[in-house]
Write a protein that binds this ligand. Structure first.
Ligand code: NAD
Length: 443
């Protein structure tokens, strides 16, 4: 309300201060991400800190132009007014993060919120506590509480009372679809707009003409990165029956090339976040035939990259979002059959189609409504900040990254500016006798 957060100079200053503080905390963040999820510094840079830096630098470079009013044409009725849109801060926004990319998924939306000129409440996940502590230190060392407030604690305890007492101007939530519904309901009570970045089962569909080796390598890269705890990880594969064996052979080759034959002792392979998730995941081993992997260890929260086949489509592993390093490979003999399986979980966050044929690509992109999609790739679409990132329906609403983040955290205000030097009677009552002119001007 004081207007302090609104000037371009203020926003740029805060973004640059944040940049400096994060770079100075890189070592602490690396150690924390290793402690919470066994992420190596290289992975931490590619998927968390570097990802954030890329977005931050892009925003710093473009914020000035994004803040410029945008002129739009004025229709005949309103001549000689001029019309334009301006981007207005939303006010006080709440950003709620999950544990799987605990830094990136809390701090990347923060860039958009600061760039938008807002005040922020940041709520990290309680399940990545070491990273949360480092993030808290960064925020508290830079910003006063009445600008950016960092709130730790269990979501179900901390957030509902806050939503009761205070009306946020926007809630930006990343997490499960289940909790997303709770957030959406709470927001609806006070008509608070939301961005929901949720999960779901993202399919990887392989067409008969796909390059199987490349498909296997690209799917394995994202499926087993962060031990499969990635919202856009390919959840399961659909492959034509005739190509199942060759695909599995290539998947195994890729896994062994990436993590060796003993992933448990491979530095670059992550761990499951906690016991609850580990216990949930190992249950899925019973839902099919293990053709690769299957080893697990509760004490080190390890689950081996695992390929499952012979799965019934109504098995639990095909109902839940897997969110772990277990990869069901299902076969299909017709596009209709594959579509029927995909449509059991409509609106996935991402959809991946592997094909060498443009018509096949178009067919699948048209047939499967999803938040985002890749052709012959998996998950890398989210690393291009020129593409908006978000879900649709069950996988969420709204989007962010790059300019989309700025748009998400600002209101597009429509303005008409009318000069006073001309003031024709036409626009004033009584309108009797002016019908012919109104018909000419309106319609
Ligand atoms: P989660 O829904 O359990 O928790 C997310 C946040 O919500 C946490 O900060 C938590 O404290 C809070 N929370 C939990 N219960 C709450 C309640 N009852 N009321 C208010 N707040 C509550 O999600 P998670 O387990 O941390 O993350 C995994 C899920 O997130 C997966 O489904 C995954 O697909 C999804 N995800 C989506 C994206 C995306 O960008 N779309 C990114 C990462 C993860």
């Amino acid at each position: 309300m004081s207007g302090a957060t609104q000037t371009l100079a203020f926003r740029l200053l805060q973004l640059n201060r944040l940049k400096k503080a994060v770079l100075e905390s890189e070592k602490a963040l690396n150690e924390a991400l290793y402690a919470d999820l066994k992420k190596t510094p290289e992975e931490a840079w590619a998927t968390e800190i570097g990802f954030f830096m890329n977005e931050l630098n892009y925003t710093i470079d473009h914020i000035k132009s994004w803040l410029q009013p945008t002129s739009v044409p004025t229709n005949l009725l309103n001549q000689p007014s001029s019309c334009f849109t301006i981007r207005e801060p939303l006010g006080v926004v709440c950003i709620i993060g999950p544990w799987n990319y605990p830094f990136q998924l809390l701090f990347t939306p923060l860039i958009g919120a600061i760039a938008g000129g807002n005040c922020v409440v940041l709520k990290p996940s309680e399940f990545a506590p070491t990273t949360s502590k480092v993030m808290q230190q960064i925020i508290n060392s830079l910003f006063p509480d009445n600008y950016i407030l960092y709130v730790e604690g269990e979501g179900a305890q901390v957030l509902p009372p806050m939503f009761n007492e205070f009306r946020f101007d926007h809630i930006f939530y990343t997490g499960s679809t289940e909790v997303g519904k709770i957030i959406y309901k709470a927001a609806a009570e006070k008509l608070v707009p939301v961005t929901l970045e949720l999960g779901g089962k993202s399919p990887a569909l392989i067409a008969a003409d796909a390059n199987m080796k490349v498909a296997a390598r690209r799917i394995a890269t994202t499926k087993f990165s962060n031990a499969g705890q990635m919202c856009v990880a390919p959840d399961y594969i659909l492959v034509p029956t005739a190509f199942k064996d060759v695909l599995i052979e290539e998947l195994i080759k890729a896994i062994q090339q990436f993590y060796g034959k003993d992933a448990a002792n491979t530095e670059g392979y992550g761990k499951i976040i906690n016991n609850k998730q580990w216990s949930r995941l190992v249950q899925y081993f019973n839902d099919g035939k293990i053709v690769y992997g299957g080893k697990s260890d509760a004490s080190s929260l390890f689950i081996e990259p695992t390929i499952l086949t012979d799965i019934k489509v109504d098995a639990k592993v095909m109902q839940d979002e897997i969110f772990g390093p277990i990869l069901p490979v299902l076969t299909y003999d017709s596009n209709e059959e594959a579509l029927e399986i995909i449509n059991r979980h409509p609106n996935p966050l991402a959809f991946y189609v592997f094909t060498s044929n443009e018509a096949t690509q178009d067919y699948w992109l048209t047939k499967v409504p999803s938040g985002g999609a890749c052709v012959n790739n998996a998950s890398w679409h989210l690393t291009n900040h020129a593409l908006p990132f978000g879900g649709r329906g069950y996988s969420g609403m709204g989007g962010y990254h790059g300019k989309s983040s700025f748009d998400t955290f600002t209101h597009l205000k429509a303005v008409m500016k009318t000069p006073t030097w001309i003031d024709p009677d036409l626009k004033y009552p009584p309108y009797k006798g002016k019908g012919w002119l109104l018909k000419k001007l309106i319609g």
